[in-house]
Design a protein around this ligand. Structure first.
Ligand SMILES: Cc1cc2nc3c(=O)[nH]c(=O)nc-3n(C[C@H](O)[C@H](O)[C@H](O)COP(=O)(O)OP(=O)(O)OC[C@H]3O[C@@H](n4cnc5c(N)ncnc54)[C@H](O)[C@@H]3O)c2cc1C
Length: 414
């Protein structure tokens, strides 16, 4: 069924998911009105380079754009940028903007993403305390990463460690504080987190796990900040980066009465509790049929593929979205890719490369492969995802054995 081409689709949230959704709407033949409301000034762009190549000065902003600026005009897409959507008037099907305007919709797509979780300690708002979520954030931080500058990163998650790696490569003195027992605690088992801590240590950066930041002060008569932890240790820094996770921008939906539970609740088609309103990307707590549960992801893959799938449904398609979660990170020349979203595991198996370095790690729960990760072995990822997708039951010894090719294993159990 083709969507009415006289109808109007409004997309709120001008990030990666929004850009790909608009592209997919036009790609699916939707010729009606499309308006994009985004509170950043830039048209949709991809964020991964903000803590990697853009922060390091290897690429400039325009290379991150989902589509060049002119493309939107060529496609008849109305860009309403630098403006926040403040409310959704569901009975009247209108989005109310901060600047007083109202935009009518027949169907609405919410791609409002997530924002950096703010630090709440005393001194969190002092100049010199940074977050890294937007291009403006990344460019402001880049200015601070001069050789010899001291940087303190709060949070040893993916973004914190990426920023730490870039800062070190640019000649900064870097320390990382992590409240949890090890790095990457939200996304990997302890042994993988500790590998990352060792990687950073080998480049001269200490990751202080189990260390809770309690306050930030400005040193009297100096530009420097000083951070204090719960056990009384102190770190002086020219800049501090808060990288303690992200929170979904789901208030717009919640205030409009949509079902929200750590993100906008959607089914596998991106449908919210209002049939006229859809959602995609970081802001969704969406149903994943492969995993059999709802989850919220903060990944490039989900922003891209879920948005495309939901846009096609909005344009009249009937295909649900279902894939094995996946993300990557790049630090000090290590490309780490991780697949699956395990709730837990009771076995961890390592496969090593001929030089003895870790190549692949597998996580099993009750004998079923529920997740895994590759270390500079991105070509194995497709097979690993396949095996996770079919919930393969594989003996741990076979997984450890480099003689068991993952593509063959995937063919056997697939
Ligand atoms: C620094 C960084 C590095 C990353 N690196 C990786 C990586 O290596 N690998 C990986 O898989 N993923 C990575 N990610 C995650 C990935 O970038 C996100 O999953 C993706 O950006 C999500 O896209 P989105 O469009 O759903 O949301 P967002 O990118 O958050 O975009 C949402 C947009 O909506 C706007 N908005 C919110 N509310 C409103 C409103 N009421 N009105 C108007 N506009 C509004 C926001 O300001 C924002 O511009 C990284 C993210 C960051 C921040």
């Amino acid at each position: 069924m083709q969507a009415e081409n006289s109808s109007s689709i409004v997309v709120v949230g001008g990030g990666h998911a929004a850009g790909r959704a608009i592209e997919a709407l036009r790609g699916a033949g939707f010729a009606g009105r499309i308006a994009l409301v985004g509170d950043e000034k830039q048209p949709p762009y991809e964020r991964p380079a903000l803590s990697k190549q853009l922060l390091n000065g290897e690429v400039e902003f325009d290379s991150l754009l989902v589509r060049p600026r002119d493309w939107y005009a060529e496609q008849g897409v109305e860009l309403v940028l630098g403006t926040r959507a403040e409310a959704i008037d569901r009975p009247a099907r209108r989005v109310l903007l901060r600047d007083g305007r109202a935009i009518a919709y027949d169907r609405l797509l919410l791609t409002t993403g997530a924002r950096a979780r703010p630090l709440t300690v005393a001194g969190a708002n002092l100049p010199g305390v940074h977050a890294v979520r937007t291009v403006a954030d990344a460019l402001a931080l880049r200015e601070r990463l001069r050789p010899g500058a001291r940087l303190l990163v709060v949070g040893a998650g993916l973004i914190g460690l990426e920023v730490a790696a870039v800062a070190r490569a640019r000649g900064c003195e870097v320390a990382v504080l992590e409240a949890g027992p090890h790095a990457l605690g939200r996304v990997t088992p302890p042994e993988v987190g500790r590998m990352f801590e060792q990687l950073h240590a080998s480049f001269g950066t200490e990751v202080h796990a189990g260390t809770l930041l309690t306050r930030i002060d400005k040193l009297r008569d100096a530009q420097r900040l000083v951070a204090t932890s719960a056990d009384g240790r102190r770190w002086e820094a020219d800049a501090i980066v808060a990288a303690i996770g992200a929170v979904p921008n789901d208030e717009l939906a919640a205030n409009a009465g949509l079902r929200v539970d750590n993100g906008i609740r959607t089914d596998e088609f991106g449908r919210t509790s209002d049939p006229a309103i859809f959602a995609a990307g970081d802001v969704t707590a969406h149903f994943n049929p492969l995993l059999g549960r709802h989850l919220r992801l903060e990944t490039w893959q989900n922003a891209q593929n879920q948005a495309i799938a939901v846009a096609r449904v909005m344009a009249g398609g009937a295909q649900s979205h279902s894939e094995v979660p996946w993300f990557w990170t790049d630090q000090f020349g290590l490309n780490f890719q991780s697949a699956g979203a395990p709730m837990g595991w009771d076995e961890v198996h390592w496969r090593h490369a001929p030089d003895g370095k870790p190549a692949v790690v597998f996580y099993l729960q009750d004998g079923v492969l529920v997740g895994g990760a590759t270390f500079n072995q991105g070509r194995q990822m497709r097979h690993l995802k396949q095996l996770i997708g079919v919930r393969a039951r594989v003996d741990g010894r076979r997984l450890q054995d480099p003689g068991t090719a993952l593509d063959q294993l995937a063919r056997m159990v697939g």
